[in-house]
Design a binder for this molecule. Sequence first.
Ligand code: PAF
Length: 280
Amino acid sequence: MQTVNTIERLRDCIKQWRSQGNSIAFVPTMGNLHAGHIKLVKEARKKADKVVVSIFVNPTQFMVGEDFNMYPRTEERDKQKLKAAATDLLFLPTVNEVYSSDTNTIVSVSELSKLHCGSSRPDHFDGVATIVTKLFNMVQADLSFFGKKDYQQLLIIQTLVQDLNIPMQIIAVETEREADGLAMSSRNAYLSEQERLIAAELYSALGDAKDAVLAEKLTLAAIEQIQISALQALGFKVDYFSICRSQDMQTATDKDKDLVIIVAAKLGKPRLIDNICFSR
Ligand code: PAF
């Protein structure tokens, strides 16, 4: 595996691969890699000749007071994992390489960025949309891979690729889970031993809500409320628990068939998110 730190070296490498007729897959990450990230790399490996992974803890997607400074940086361990997963190229730029001091352009997917996570983390999705667009332009891959755990992020990225005519396919990959159902996330490391034991209840609540929707005995609002109360009783501070249309994340009505139930809740220090997608 080759590691490059500059856009110029990245482009040289991509140019050479292109001249040899290789297809290119890209997996953007913020490092601190877990099995969920490696699943993305393995999917990428199956679909293209060359796999590029970026590790960049993007400052513009963290709000003031969030964990940018303490976000776990585990470069050496990440490199070993990427090598073992047969990554061809690691792009590891500095903040100065990515953002020049006179940057003026922000990519903003208007409607979608304000909903759900966007309402408690204003500017977060503009930070994500901007860095992802920049990385797409730097790598110019044929395919990029994103986990379904960050469902709103995935939808925002699919929207910007379509709206900005970026000639690249977005591949959505199923959420990787711990044995008890907890969605894998770098932020799970912030859970205490006690909190870790109840964290999986978040996914159970999604499953219970899905069953209740399919049973058609309660209104969607009542189902949401039951699960919010259950999670609160366990010690979660629920930001939202919403039954939405999967295509645009607007509140679902009784007529909608393709649904996603989304949840965000704080448990001790970390804010955890998860979702479940289904049709009825
Ligand atoms: O999901 C992430 O890790 C980040 O939001 C991403 C897509 C790498 C952009 O910084």
